[in-house]
Design a protein around this ligand. Sequence first.
Ligand code: AMP
Length: 284
Amino acid sequence: MRVVKTISEVREFVRSVRKGGGCVGLVPTMGALHAGHLALIRKSVRQDDATVVSIFVNPTQFGPAEDLAAYPRSLEQDVAACQAEGVDLIFAPDVTNMYPEGFATYVEVEGLTDGLCGRFRPGHFRGVTTIVSKLLNIVQPDRAYFGEKDYQQLIVIKRMAADLNFPIEIVPVSTVREKDGLAISSRNVYLTAEERAVAPALYRALEQAAQAVGDGASGRDAEEIVKQTLEGEPLFKLQYVEAVHPETLEPRGDQGTPMVIAAAAHLGSTRLIDNIKIEGRDQC
Ligand code: AMP
């Protein structure tokens, strides 16, 4: 496994894989790798002849009041984890490799980025779609892997790849959870012991709402259930809960399945996000 910083080294590596007739998978990450990232990496290692993992804490997707400086960084451990999983190349550029002086081009997906996290993190998805387009252009993989934990991100990236004709399959990967249900996230290290103990309440609330939707409840009912459940958790400050269509991200309102119930909540200074998907019932 090699660890490289420059775009030309990535291109050279990918050229050599292609020369041998191999296909390439890309797993974009911000590092601080955990079991969630490893699920993406394993899927690529299984499916692709070569797996490239990018590790880059992308400044353009952080708002001015967000945790860019504090974001956990652990390149040495990440390298060891990738090595153990059979990754072929790590691309870990500096900010100046990705955003040289004079950089002025951004990619923006409209509509899908208005609601959910987009409402509370202005500019976030513009940063995400810009860096992901750059990575897709640099690596030119056959497949790129994204977690369902960041559900809106996955849908936005699928839209972008289709709209901009990237000849790449976007592969979704199910959310990896701790035993108690908490979605694994690099930001979980910020939680105090007390916060960590109550953190699974977010997913429990989503599960309760999903159960009700399975029994015929509407999107609005589902949102109400999540709100009420989390009101009983004094450490939680719910930022939003929205029941949306899994593809269009339009609010479900009075409608039922198919549905994704997505929520963001602050637990102390940590912002947690999670979601649950309820498939449509088969028509008789
Ligand atoms: P990040 O490093 O947080 O930008 O995440 C990199 C990729 O890993 C994204 O596609 C995330 O959706 C995915 N990811 C992060 N946490 C998880 C998780 N718990 N389960 C599945 N995928 C995840």
